[in-house]
Each structure stands twice: as structure tokens, then as C-alpha cells.
Design a protein around this ligand. Structure first.
Ligand code: SF4
Length: 456
């Protein structure tokens, strides 16, 4: 599973260059997108930008941040779900609006973007990319012509788009941020001295030594005037409820982030404790599939008193997945990425904890490898309920026919994986672990109850 993008925005009153601070903030969000990275700044008279393909460190290799002057800046790391992975689709997007410079960076998926795109093309707008972010861009342009007011413009755009999004926009010398009316994608605000920072996750604030003030609320437009945070709430239809993505807590977010008031690490410990309440298994060790399952395994180990063991070591230098047509190649790839520690595994009854199962191919290879290394029994516990349906909101998962739990019973999956036990966390326990009420979470890929109308 891959998330789509991380964003950072900084508004400073101190007249200093902030581009390198945006860079460090993005560095903390690299897990949200590894395909391209970019920063745009405004220096008081014009916009500057640097956008390249690759990891942040590649995109900004030997880069001199003096070439990105300005005390207002936004940045983006990208993983593509709408639009190909190419430079033209990378962000921030830049253009001019009535002579004023504008840059926009976006996390999420606008699910009605193709009809809006057709509408805009009919009206004469010419697209340079195939992303939904450019659709946003031209909507802003169109609505601004009618309103001549940026807050009203953003409000009108929010009324027209459907989907998940968190956006930072730099218009001339002002930084704006907006979060979708259901709050599906995270977005938070922090302060350091006279400067305000906006970011997808609070880890970006920790790196910069900034104090997390609060989250941007669902449907809220935030901007900064001097030392003050200004807020404008978009009118939200009664039918739209909060729907924070449950998978941010299970898998995507860094465990050291706080999201919508919830500590992600604590959530994962809770998941481990709940797994123990639901599955009491006689075993020798609890082993996580690193990294996101580590706190889950610690939670299970603490609750069960079964020792925690690092039975799998992750190679942190294995990058993007490549096409592996044969099972043998898939096994090599899994071993490259996760290698068992023979002395911990051999002859042991293992509780293997993973955060989720999507297609099942990685789990299948992993179980095979652990058995080859001498594991006596493998009891696999999953820190979320079965994923039975795709995500339409910017999480690249798989199609319904590829999802193992959409097409097999749990006992069939257990058979395919070759494990002694297979246990998924219940929805009730997941919701309880996160600490946000059932009605305020998106669980669409688990229960097919999506927060917006979708065309399947
Ligand atoms: S469908 Fe699943 S992955 Fe997508 S936003 Fe909802 S909970 Fe998150």
C-alpha cells in the first residue's frame, strides 16, 4: 500500500529564507511519497521553485537553498495515484493568477476530477499534466475570476470537489491551507517563534522544534496574518460527517505522529493488546513484520507476557517494488527486504504480527521463508480487519479482484499462507484502539461504507 503525498507550508514574519526548513519538514514525511519532491518559495516579488523526480535527497542533491529565497514556502513529496509518475505531474504546481504568483501542493484524491477536468477543458483551460492537482489549480483560477477574493475562491472550490484532500497554497505573499470537509487526509498547524508551519504529520514539527498547536479542522481554511492564525469554516452539508482514514493509524502515518488528537504509536500498542484479547495463543515469541507492526507486536507481547523478538530484519535500502513475475523472484525480493534471524526463529512457535494483508503474496513468501529457516509453527495475527474493497481516496492498494480477502474466506487465506492460525483484528477493536468514534472514521476498504458516493 502506498499513500499519496506529504505537504509542508511555512509562513514566517521574520524576513528569513525558509526553504531549507521546508526541506527538513519534507524529510520527516518522506514515507508519504518517494517519487518526486519539490519546494516553491515567494521572496516578496516573485516565486522560485525546484522540483525533481526521486527521493528528497536525490531531488535536492548538492542543492544551494539560496536559490529558493523567501519567507513563505510550500513543499511536496509525491506518490502518484492519479496521473503518471513524471516531472510534469510533480508538485508544487506554479502559475500566475491575475498577475499574481500562485503555487499549490496537494495530498489526496479528487474523485470527481475527470468530470471537472472535462468541464474546464470545454471552457478553454489547457492542461499540462494529467493530475487532479492541476484540476484544483484551474478551479481556483476560474472561481477567482468570479469572486476576486481568495477565501471565497477556495470555499467555492471546496464546494465543487469531492474526495480526500489536504492542500497548501501560496498566493503571492500569503500561505493558505485547507482540509477536506470529512477530514480524510491529515493536516496540522504548529508555531515556532513568529513562524507558522502546516504539515501532513506532526513529525515534521518535531524535526523543526515547532509546537503543534492543533489540527486543521475538516472543511477549514486557514491562513496567517502577522502573528495570528485566521480561520474560515466552509459550509458543510449535513450529510458530510468526519471520516478520518483509519489506515493512517494502522499503517501510513509515522508512529511518532499525533493525528486528530490521537497518538499513532499508542494506537498501535492498543491494537496489539486487542489482538491478545481476541487471540490468546500458546507461543514462544512475538515477531513483528517491521516497521509499522513493531508497536503492535510490543502491545501483544506486553499483554500476553510472551517475549518480543526481532525475528525479521528489514533492509532499509531496498527501495521501490519492481515487477516480480515468478514466485521464486518474489521470495528473493522478500528476503532482500526482510531477512529472518535464524537463531530467533529456529524451532520456535511464532506469533507473527503484520499490520494488514493486501494481495497476500508477500505474506505467503514470508511464511515460506520463516518455515525454511526452521519456524515450528506460525500464528499470524493482523492488526486490522480484512481489506475487502479498494480505496478511492488516494491510497494505492489493489483492485477488488486482487484483494485476497475480497475473494477468499479466512480459512482459505490461512490455507494459502500455510500458517497454523490466521486472526484479523475486529472492526470494534480497531475503532477502540484508534480512540475516534466509529461514525468519525473512514473504514471504506474494510466495510465498503465509503464516506462519499463513488463509482465502483
Ligand atoms: S478506504 Fe480505507 S485506505 Fe481509503 S481512506 Fe478509507 S480507510 Fe483509508
Amino acid at each position: 500500500m502506498k499513500d499519496k503525498c506529504g505537504i509542508v507550508g511555512i509562513s514566517s514574519n521574520l524576513g528569513k529564507n525558509v526553504s531549507s526548513f521546508v526541506y527538513y519538514g519534507l524529510y520527516a514525511l518522506q514515507h508519504r511519497g518517494q517519487e518526486s519532491a519539490g519546494i516553491a518559495t515567494f521572496d516578496g516579488s516573485k516565486m522560485h521553485s525546484h522540483i525533481e523526480m526521486g527521493l528528497l535527497t536525490d531531488a535536492f542533491k548538492d542543492f544551494d537553498f539560496n536559490f529558493l529565497p523567501g519567507n513563505k514556502a510550500i513543499g511536496h513529496v509525491r506518490y502518484s495515484t492519479t496521473g503518471d509518475s513524471k516531472l510534469e505531474n510533480s508538485q508544487p504546481f506554479l502559475t500566475t493568477l491575475n498577475g499574481e504568483n500562485i503555487a499549490i501542493a496537494h495530498n489526496g484524491d479528487i474523485i470527481n476530477s475527470s468530470s471537472l477536468r472535462d468541464e474546464l477543458i470545454t471552457e478553454g483551460y489547457k492542461f499540462a499534466s494529467d493530475t487532479d492537482s492541476e484540476v484544483l489549480f484551474y478551479l481556483i483560477k476560474r472561481e477567482h475570476k468570479k469572486t476576486n477574493d481568495f477565501i471565497l475562491t477556495i470555499e467555492r472550490v471546496v464546494e465543487k470537489i469531492v474526495g480526500s484532500y489536504s492542500i497548501v497554497i501560496l498566493i503571492y505573499d500569503k500561505l493558505y491551507a485547507v482540509r477536506d470537509p470529512a477530514g480524510m487526509k491529515p493536516l496540522a498547524i504548529a508555531k515556532i517563534n513568529q513562524d507558522h508551519i502546516i504539515a501532513s504529520e506532526t513529525v515534521a514539527f518535531d524535526v523543526l522544534g515547532a509546537d503543534h498547536i492543533r489540527d486543521v479542522e475538516p472543511g477549514e481554511i486557514v491562513y496567517f496574518k502577522g502573528n495570528e492564525i485566521k480561520s474560515h469554516k466552509v459550509k458543510i452539508a449535513d450529510s458530510i460527517k468526519n471520516a478520518h482514514c483509519a489506515f493512517e493509524y494502522v499503517y501510513f502515518a509515522r508512529p511518532d505522529s499525533i493525528m486528530d488528537g490521537q497518538d499513532v504509536y499508542k494506537t498501535r500498542l492498543n491494537i496489539g493488546e486487542h489482538l491478545y484479547e481476541e487471540y490468546k495463543i500458546d507461543a514462544d515469541i512475538v515477531v513483528p513484520v517491521p516497521d509499522s507492526s513493531i508497536p503492535v507486536a510490543i502491545g501483544y507481547s506486553r499483554a500476553s507476557k510472551i517475549p518480543y523478538a526481532e525475528g525479521l530484519i528489514k533492509n532499509r535500502y531496498v527501495g521501490r517494488t519492481f515487477i516480480m513475475p515468478t514466485q521464486e523472484e518474489r521470495s528473493i525480493y522478500v528476503k532482500l527486504k526482510l531477512n529472518p534471524v535464524k537463531s530467533e526463529i529456529k524451532g520456535k512457535k511464532i506469533i507473527l504480527i503484520d499490520d494488514s494483508i493486501v494481495r497476500g503474496t508477500t505474506s505467503q513468501s514470508l511464511v515460506k521463508i520463516l518455515k525454511e529457516f526452521g519456524a515450528k509453527e506460525i500464528h499470524m495475527l493482523i492488526g486490522c480487519p480484512p481489506i475487502i474493497s479498494p480505496c478511492y481516496y488516494g491510497i494505492s492498494m489493489a483492485s477488488k479482484k486482487e484483494l485476497i480477502a475480497a475473494n477468499n474466506t479466512i480459512s482459505q487465506i490461512k490455507e494459502k499462507l500455510g500458517v497454523e492460525t490466521l486472526g484479523y483484528l475486529s472492526i470494534e477493536s480497531l475503532v477502540d484502539s484508534i480512540g475516534i468514534s466509529f461514525d468519525e472514521l473512514c473504514l471504506g476498504c474494510i466495510n465498503e461504507d465509503y464516506p462519499t458516493d463513488i463509482k465502483k
